[in-house]
Design a protein around this ligand. Sequence first.
Ligand code: NDP
Length: 325
Amino acid sequence: MTIRIGIVGYGNLGRGVETAIAAQPDLALAGIFTRRDPATLATLGNAPVFALDDIDAHANDIDVLVLCGGSASDLPVQSPDLAKRFSLVDSYDNHAKIPAHFAAVDAAASAGGTTAVISTGWDPGLFSLNRLYGEAILPQGETYTFWGRGLSQGHSDAVRRVPGVAGAVQYTLPAEDAIARVRAGEQPELSTRDKHTRECYVVLAPGADAEAVREAIVTMPNYFEPYDTTVNFITAEELARDHAGMPHGGFVIRSGESSAGVSQTIEYQLTLESNPEFTSSVLVAYARAAARLEAKGDHGAKTPFDIAPGLLSPKSAEALRAELL
Ligand code: NDP
């Protein structure tokens, strides 16, 4: 059975989802839905583009929506609204607010008889699963997550929404000495500030006050306040020339002991040339799971913790048992 996907929002992730669907044997792109004038959107392929306001007219052509809006202000509105009528997947990444987002989407999806997988991608997403595996398997120990050096889309998006910012990127840098201590099995106590720093490159809007913009960024709760953040002001030309790529990655390490003096380490690493293309590849695999759960009548909001791994694969359960176990 072909699963028909609608893309909501056509930015980095939207383009990535379009690319990722083409690589999957059982997924097809039903259309792209945008808040902008559809006629003005230049897409990678030749998929039809529609106004998001008209999405209900296409309900019979769509099995699952992949929401590609930003976590700062798009997804908190779009996910609960669309989950009333469509099964969907989103990549909501504001970790502190995930429980509230889950509750809002769950109420909508349960009432609408849809299945909505929230907060998938790689972090939250695959990294969350690896944190869970580590803690479940090695209850005595510590879990460490390091990111970067990489461009964080969620944090870049948050900076771009600060008044006075015309363009911006944000890099996350891991602290190499902290990583070395963790790998050596020291299980050090590391504060948020010890593990990473954040580096912003910002283009100011005409007339904007640089100091006010810097202050708004470094004091932003959840996103920047817990870190040492540097803000560098650059020109639009420098932003385009030096910061166009979107590499990222990182690792989750569980360092523990199965009994006194018996050390065990689990490490999961991602090295990503394109963060949005990889995140989008995760989202479409979860779209397959959402379609299967909806068909089974398993409705409401889900996170990656609630999805059986076999549901992500295009292969049948029988094939997976024969090939991968
Ligand atoms: P973008 O800023 O590229 O796109 C966000 C939305 O903005 C789009 O859906 C689009 O909506 C609109 N938009 C895009 N380009 C333009 C433009 N040129 N002019 C006007 N509007 C535009 O965000 P990303 O795709 O990079 O990231 C989206 C979210 O993905 C992030 O906020 C982050 O939360 C999440 N993410 C999650 C990860 C995870 O591991 N869980 C990893 C990476 C990202 P429309 O078409 O309706 O205008």
